[in-house]
Design a protein around this ligand. Structure first.
Ligand SMILES: *Cc1c(COP(=O)(O)O)cnc(C)c1O
Length: 355
């Protein structure tokens, strides 16, 4: 059975927009897209007066190789945020269908659902911030089209074991898509769920260049999924989503030298994360630090609001995550350089706020 049985039927029937780029091969004189005949000043050969390739083949091939999937299983998107939005729009009928999430988790899934008019079913993580698989399966109903799973999870930092992901994908087959958001997987000590794609057509994996690859400003992410899902999302996606300068920056960074730099920095971040965790635990103002597979730590303080004020006074911004269920008194601290992390510990050690 195709996963498209789960999609909004009206979209399958809709005639998609057909762009000039799609309708014509590259010819010597391109007068089919109402582009300017001249490049902008200072263009230096970039060709910014031309609409970009809708799915740049070289970048797609590079990312497919990086993630260990076929080129056709990759959809390049404006950050993984766009992929979440496209999935909700393609699979959830407003006022009818639902997504399932495991709070405390990334806020964008529920926002995408709210914008689309889809219901959000919440199955909270357990007391140890682990996934409650039985409760999730029990909460799935006929209208639940997408199950979002964040691994490693933002903001708690824990990863979902691959066996659990595989078991969930199997249990949801024919009923819902399992969307695994791997924004932080490069920092984790387990493999990507992309390795399971060949066996599960209802599995989708979200990857991004925003975190480990240091390209948050470039806005490029990827959806790894069954080719039917990708073809469907392309029907509802804007025709030219990826800006030419962003594609060029991504291609450059993904070259071998850039990859080597990324790997060094990921290793440094992981080692700093563990060092910072130990250092924070020794501070009087800290109650607990959750173990993390990502590039941040969720830290429980005795008096989080006062601690945050003290950090702001020291010129340090951290994220208040106290509004999430069961994260009252937690702050989320991104891992910086060794010097930056020392500054955090120094500022916390000199605060007078304690138990
Ligand atoms: C940062 C982050 C992303 C990345 O979003 P982009 O749109 O690719 O920048 C995705 N998911 C989670 C959970 C994140 O924390």
């Amino acid at each position: 059975m195709s996963v498209l049985n789960l999609a909004r039927p009206e979209l399958l029937k809709m005639a998609p927009y057909s762009s000039a780029r799609m309708e014509s091969a590259a010819l010597p004189l391109m007068l089919n897209a109402n582009e300017s005949a001249w490049p902008p000043p200072g263009d230096s050969g970039r060709g910014l007066h031309r609409y970009p390739e809708p799915q740049p083949l070289a970048l797609r091939a590079r990312m497919a190789k990086l993630y260990g999937v076929d080129d056709e299983q990759v959809l390049l998107t404006r950050g993984s945020d766009e992929a979440m939005d496209l999935l909700v729009r393609a699979f959830c009928r407003p006022g009818h269908d639902a997504i399932l999430i495991n709070p405390p988790t990334f806020g964008m899934y529920a926002v995408c659902a709210a914008v689309q008019g889809a219901t959000v079913v919440e199955v909270p993580l357990d007391d140890a911030f682990q996934l409650d698989e039985q409760a999730m399966l029990g909460a799935i109903c006929a209208n639940t089209k997408l199950v979002f799973l964040c691994s490693p999870n933002n903001p708690t930092g824990g990863a979902v074991p691959l066996q659990v992901i595989e078991h969930l994908a199997g249990a949801l087959a024919g009923r819902a898509l399992l969307v695994v958001d791997e924004a932080y997987i490069e920092f984790a000590d387990q493999r990507s769920a992309a390795t399971l794609l060949a066996r599960h057509v209802n599995l989708c994996v979200l990857r991004t260049l925003s975190k480990a690859w240091a390209l948050a400003g470039v806005r490029i992410g990827a959806l790894l999924a069954d080719t039917d899902v990708i073809a469907l999302l392309r029907r509802i996606m804007p025709p030219y989503p990826l800006p030419t300068p962003s594609v060029a920056a991504a291609v450059k960074t993904l070259e071998p030298a850039g990859e080597a730099t990324m790997r060094q920095r990921v290793a440094a971040t992981v080692s700093e994360r563990e060092r910072l965790r130990v250092a924070l635990r020794e501070l009087a103002c800290v109650r607990d630090v959750l173990s993390s597979q990502a590039n941040f730590l969720a830290v429980r303080f005795h008096q989080a609001a006062e601690v945050q004020r003290a950090l702001v006074a020291a010129g340090i911004a951290v994220r208040d995550i106290g509004r999430y269920p069961r994260l009252c008194d937690f702050l989320r601290i991104s891992i910086g350089t060794a010097e930056q992390n020392d500054a955090v510990v120094g500022a916390l050690a000199s605060t007078t706020v304690v138990a």
